[in-house]
Design a protein around this ligand. Structure first.
Ligand SMILES: Nc1ncnc2c1ncn2[C@@H]1O[C@H](COP(=O)(O)OP(=O)(O)OP(=O)(O)O)[C@@H](O)[C@H]1O
Ligand SMILES: [Mg+2]
Length: 323
């Protein structure tokens, strides 16, 4: 099957700044790709090149089967793009802006009117539809940008931090919207909210210092955590030392972290060797000692810890490569 997006050896230099370094990946319809990376990693630059808003220094982008440099009109027709920041044309009202965008995209008048009605209702823009965009709050400006991106119902969406600046209810709404649209579209979102990746993305891509350093599912990302499949235990303080000594001898236990006292109890985290499940033998051993744990639970790992390790590790590697 034809890929929705194909990126090969994409590279971008701004003078001395090497913003994107030899990035390649593909994306299929039905996928939501979460694009992660620290500030300045090259996410927005990559997205702009995919949409044809920025010319790459090297490399190729194919969108819906059209090479962006050879057939930019057909490629752009297939794409809806939410750039970072607020929409241009701040003096227009959202209604005027959507009508303008619709005409630029060559949408037939009646179809455009019905799309505007649908999108305005879906993104809850009724209350601001006739106010100049520049007078709207940050979150509403963001929502106007998102509405503009989906107006022509494109099969491919490139959304640069779509939930940035939204209140929690709207974040929830926009995530639901993305999930609803996901089945028949190919969507790339960039985000700094790691839970968002878990909530809506089927795949993730991490970029650091312009270089791709991870591609996999959110679960695969989480499984790289040192804490993946660790067991959290809360025990009476008087039993903690004995349990600790016993569990340390169990095969499959990599380390035991003392998480401190909580009242008359102590909390321990038993880390699993290579993230393999260990809750069953741990529960069995604790009970064999005649101790009933006050709490026993599996920790699936922390995305923020994995993100830090991957991105900081990659920066160190790059620095090493330079010296
Ligand atoms: N027009 C430009 N001229 C010069 N340098 C630029 C330009 N646009 C981006 N850069 C640089 O390219 C690098 C990547 O920037 P980019 O905006 O793609 O990062 P990002 O991953 O989107 O970051 P953020 O999370 O802050 O949005 C940065 O060092 C940035 O300063
Ligand atoms: Mg950005």
């Amino acid at each position: 099957m034809q890929h929705a997006i194909e990126v090969r050896g994409l590279d971008k230099r701004f003078g001395q700044v090497h913003a994107v370094k030899n990035v390649s990946f593909t994306l299929s319809y039905g996928e939501v790709l979460g694009f992660l990376g620290p500030n300045g990693a090259g996410k927005s630059t990559t997205m702009k090149m995919i949409c044809g808003f920025l010319e790459p220094t090297a490399g190729h982008v194919t969108v819906a089967g059209h090479a962006i440099d050879e057939d930019p009109i057909a490629a752009r027709r297939a794409i809806g793009y939410l750039p970072e920041g607020a929409p241009a044309y701040g003096e227009m009202t959202p209604r005027g802006f959507f009508e303008f965008i619709g005409r630029v995209r060559g949408l037939e008048r009646r179809y455009l009117e019905s799309r505007i009605r649908e999108v305005v209702a879906r993104i809850h823009l009724e209350s601001v539809i006739d106010r100049p965009i520049e007078t709207l709050s940050k979150g509403f400006k963001r929502r106007v940008g998102l509405a503009q991106a989906i107006l022509h119902d494109p099969r491919i969406l490139i959304l640069d931090e779509p939930t940035d600046g939204l209140d929690p209810n709207q974040k929830h709404e926009v995530r639901s919207l993305i999930r609803e649209m996901a089945a028949e579209k190919a969507i790339i979102i960039s985000t700094h909210i790691l839970e968002e990746v878990d909530a809506i993305c089927s795949n993730t891509l991490i970029i650091a210092d312009g270089r791709l350093c991870f591609r996999g599912t959110p679960a695969e990302l989480q499984s790289r955590s040192r804490q993946h499949n660790a067991v959290l235990l809360r025990l009476p303080e008087m039993d903690a030392i004995r349990v600790r000594g016993e569990l340390a001898r169990l095969p499959g236990v990599a380390a035991i972290d003392d998480l401190g006292r909580a009242g008359a109890s102590r909390r321990l985290r038993v880390c699993a060797h290579e993230g393999r499940p260990i809750i069953a033998p741990i529960a069995e051993r604790v009970r064999a000692l005649g101790i009933e744990p006050e709490e026993i639970a599996v920790d699936y790992g922390r995305l923020d810890e994995v993100f830090r390790n991957i991105t900081l590790g990659s920066l160190t590697d790059n620095r090493r490569a330079l010296t």
